[in-house]
Design a protein around this ligand. Sequence first.
Ligand code: TRP
Length: 361
Amino acid sequence: MAEELETNADKILAEAMRVSEKIEADILVNPKKYRVLTGDRPTGRLHIGHYFGSLKNRVRLSKLGVPTAILIADYQVLTDHDAFDKISQNTKELVIDYLAAGIEPGEDVFIYPHSHVPEANQLMVPFLALVSNSELSRNPTVKDEIQKSAMSVINAGMYTYPVHQAVDILFCKGNVVPVGKDQLPHLEIARLIAKRFNKKFSPEKPVFPEPQALLSKTPMIMGLDGSAKMSKSLGNTIMLSATADETAKLIKKAKTDQERNITYDPVNRPEVSNLLRIISLCTGEEPENVAARIGEGGGGMLKSTLTEALNEELRPLREKRAQLEKEPEYIRKVLLDGVEKARAIAQETLKEVRHVMNMEI
Ligand code: TRP
């Protein structure tokens, strides 16, 4: 049984990778054929895992001219967090990280919190009627989050947030969603909802596209402590907002191994290889070559090389970040402009939805 599931998940991943490659190539030729929709939960500032894994890619896509909507999933925080006191502050921190990384709001690029778009949220009700309870409760990402949850009671929002994520994507007819593979089950639900909605209410002229994932090519960055995932809750990250000195201190404490000679060997030396990969992401040099250059220089030289490369890579971002922190009114304006753009789109979509559903008055 477990094996069967494994191969099924592998098949889904292989198919998603194939589609993703195709879109990646076409997007260079036809950027305007696509609308990218992506987002984060406002649970804190972003770290280098987010930066290399998704932020850089979003900046690249938006610079290619692909219309890009970035949503801040503030409602979604309620599914797995009891505390809500920092949501507003965290939302603004996210905007600062996005702008500092190079997202430039404009006609086709905007950032907004999804709680502020009532017309989009209205789609939740008809969408809920297009999926079954069992489809929602077998979502592997949701199951995993339930298992890891610190909440005393699992609320219904935990089971239904993938439907809300379909709302996030479909209200603006997003057709490309740059995500990590943990989000594939959610995209599957979004496609299911789009397909069923079109078939039931508008078979002649589909209202919604079937959105596809654009999978990040960057391998997952491990935590500095050697954990599989870099994550703020594990305290094994380097925040984008960290100073150069803080970065140096964190890297000094990073886990390596006993062997002096530095080699790139992801299977047997995961921690050392992870640090080499981060250097490679900063400098563009292959990790094998970085390892060969350091060699007998050992862990000390590996860490000083990483510190220098990372601080160099992040310097412009951090300078911009510090500047933006002094401009709260501008940050607020970016959000208000984003909300206005999102609402205009959502109003159009809702009109269309009411029309095909026979709910006009
Ligand atoms: N579920 C995503 C996460 O946990 C955040 C998210 C919400 C999202 N809505 C989205 C991502 C729509 C992509 C598209 O990171």
